[in-house]
Design a protein around this ligand. Structure first.
Ligand code: PLP
Ligand code: COI
Length: 342
């Protein structure tokens, strides 16, 4: 299949594009059906669906990469499968078997192969799997039926500037998730809760906000759509440990890369907001965000600048080059990280 000639790959942002086919599978009477690819990008569901009223829904995000030789590969789709199972379990939705999830991802990429951006453009094919509670229901309870679907769109950088540093502000007045709430699950309610704080941050000229721990407001949790990490002045890769943040697959991949490829010490631990000067570099990481260097963080009416507001720090540059190299097939990947789409 040839590559779509009507897209200016280098100009893509993180926006929706309708592609050719999407995957749809339904759960009814205790089981998932076989699933199929469909052309229609609209879904028709009961007006009384729990997804619409009680937020019974979750989603995932992962990408397909085209290598220099033209091969297409998915990055750690089994990890997304495991995470969506945890999200489903947390909000009482039926879990999708790991093989069904990965197979559906492969089917969607294959069916939309012409939308996988060419190597060298930096663009990728973003897959958005989701599960929603559907069917007629009124009271607050789990839905009688469920829909699992995956669509995909070619995308560029999530934060403007891609690998250029951007500034974030601490969301001092808002929490994203509650202690013992759904912060570790990828459910839409967490994102609805973040919209106002995000919009306020953007209106003030920041890329997004960073949330503090909901119980004490003293420790960094994460960015609205990415995890946080920092490099200490003595070269330790540090990232927050908290039960209310999303366990980022990119973050765990970077911890492995920092340790095994860059030979850095790695710590997953509390990151007090008052100790920002411990870090010489900081970044946001995620599937959409990839690695976005953090220029500075505004807190208490002060902007704390890390390495620089305009230049990427050397450790983050190495982490980025290694992650990007693995995803695009230029650097040898750890066993099992890549699934070829053929
Ligand atoms: N944190 C939040 C709130 C996110 O939405 C995302 C995106 O998926 C991440 C972190 C990064 O997770 P991952 O690296 O698995 O994409
Ligand atoms: C991702 O990185 O895949 C995300 O889900 C982040 C955001 C677009 C919600």
């Amino acid at each position: 299949m040839s590559i779509n000639a009507n897209i200016d790959w280098s100009k893509l942002g993180f926006t929706y594009t309708k592609t050719d086919l999407r995957y749809v599978s339904k759960w009814k009477d205790g089981k998932w059906d076989d699933g199929k690819l469909v052309e229609d990008n609209n879904i028709t569901i009961s007006e009384a669906s729990t997804a619409l009223h009680y937020g019974q829904q979750c989603f995932e995000g992962l990408k397909a990469y085209r290598t220099r030789s033209g091969k297409i590969q998915l990055f750690r789709p089994d990890e997304n499968a495991k995470r969506i199972r945890k999200s489903c379990k947390r909000i009482l939705m039926p879990e999708i078997p790991i093989e069904k999830f990965v197979d559906a991802c492969v089917q969607v990429v294959k069916a939309n192969e012409s939308f996988v951006p060419p190597y060298g453009t930096g663009a990728t094919l973003y897959l958005r799997p989701y599960v929603i509670g559907i069917g007629d229901n009124l009271g607050v309870r789990s839905a009688p039926e469920f829909l699992f679907s995956i669509f995909c769109c070619p995308v560029g950088p999530y934060f403007k500037g891609g690998m250029a540093p951007v500034n974030f502000m601490i969301a001092e007045e808002f929490d994203r998730a509650a202690p013992h709430g759904t912060g570790a699950a990828k459910v839409g309610g967490n994102y609805a809760a973040s919209l106002l704080a995000h919009t306020n941050a953007v209106e003030k000229g920041f890329a997004d906000c960073i949330y503090l721990d909901p119980a004490t407001h003293t420790k960094i949790e994460e960015v609205g759509a990415a995890n946080f990490f920092g490099i200490t002045n003595d070269n330790v890769f540090v990232t927050p440990k908290s039960p209310s943040i999303l366990p980022s697959i990119t973050k765990y991949s970077l911890m492995h890369i920092a340790k095994e490829y860059l030979k850095l010490e790695v710590q997953e631990r509390d990151v007090p907001i008052n100790n920002l000067s411990d870090f010489k570099e900081a970044g946001a990481c995620g599937t959409a965000a990839v690695i976005t260097p953090i220029g500075g963080i505004a807190y208490n009416n002060e902007l704390h600048v890390f390495h620089s507001e305009t230049e990427v720090g050397p450790v983050i540059k190495k982490l980025y080059d290694t992650l990007y190299g693995i995803q695009f097939g230029e650097v040898e990947a750890p066993e099992g990280w890549l699934v070829e789409v053929k």
